[in-house]
Write a protein of this length. Structure first.
Length: 271
């Protein structure tokens, strides 16, 4: 077992090992680094390692209380988080280590001297601490996240929650998103929220493929209706499917008042 350093201000704070898009999603994976201390720290010649590979972390200085996303690739991260407006780091080979294993893996953050500064292990992965945190959420738009800044180097530090890459303030809570065929080519999209703090509205995206080629189908933004209210709202949007398409995929885009967005997992509709 590899033990992390007992005292550090830099933490792994969020890990996305199984992105919403599904399939071969190595290039869509990302993690988040946070400075929970009181002084700025420069990460120079640091590395991240999973159970099969090591990557250099691009040099960056993190001010106190700040965080940064380290993405496998720029296009992969933005495919999941279109409209993300904050700077983020990327790896040169398009993978974190040799690609994070959904069922079980570990991530180790090391400084220039090779000292393990922080680490996390999930599912059937080994190293770092035991027992491991639960398996990475599968294609749900959720991630493994720290449940606080305290670092006990145990699974208790980690929980599953909706993805919140560094600086994203989208605070809508999406309770459900459904798609169904309602006679002929009409597809009914329905969703329900439980909270809409700072939410601007929604877009519906459609594709013939689960992983790519999505196009927005609503001509204008679907405005949020429960901002400032206790509780959420229910929504419906009817789409006319293209003629001849037997299988379609839909994703819901959630946009906050600052223009940042996140996406639901894809839903499949068969004609």
């Amino acid at each position: 077992m590899t033990a992390p350093a007992v005292s550090t201000s830099i933490q792994l704070s969020e890990v996305e090992a199984d992105p919403v898009l599904g399939g071969t999603d190595t290039r869509n994976e990302w993690l988040e680094l946070a400075n929970v201390g009181s002084s700025a720290i420069t990460l120079a010649d640091w590395t991240v390692t999973d159970n099969g590979g090591t990557d250099p972390v691009p040099t960056v200085t993190l001010a106190p209380g700040k965080c940064v996303v380290l993405a496998a690739s720029s296009e992969g991260f933005l495919a999941e988080h279109a409209g993300y407006a904050n700077p983020f780091l990327t790896l040169g080979d398009g993978a974190i280590g040799n690609g994070l294993s959904n069922g079980g893996d570990s991530v180790l953050l090391k400084d220039a001297g090779g000292t393990v500064i922080d680490c996390v292990v999930w599912g059937s992965g080994t190293g770092c601490f035991a027992p491991a945190a639960g398996a990475s959420p599968a294609n749900t738009g959720e991630t493994l996240q720290r449940s606080g800044t305290a670092d006990s180097d145990t699974a208790a530090d980690w929980a599953v929650a909706a993805a919140t890459p560094c600086g994203s303030t989208t605070a809508v809570m999406l309770m459900s998103f459904r798609a169904s065929l309602s006679g002929g080519r009409r597809v009914v999209l329905a969703w329900r929220t439980a909270a809409e703090e700072g939410q601007l509205g929604f877009n519906v995206w459609r594709s013939g493929s689960r992983q790519s080629g999505y196009r927005r189908v609503n001509p204008r933004l679907i405005a949020a209706r429960a901002v400032g209210l206790i509780g959420g709202a229910e929504y419906r949007y009817d789409d006319l499917a293209p003629a001849g398409r037997r299988t379609l995929f839909y994703r819901l885009q959630l946009i906050d008042a600052a223009g940042r967005s996140s996406f639901s997992r894809p839903l499949r509709v068969r004609g």
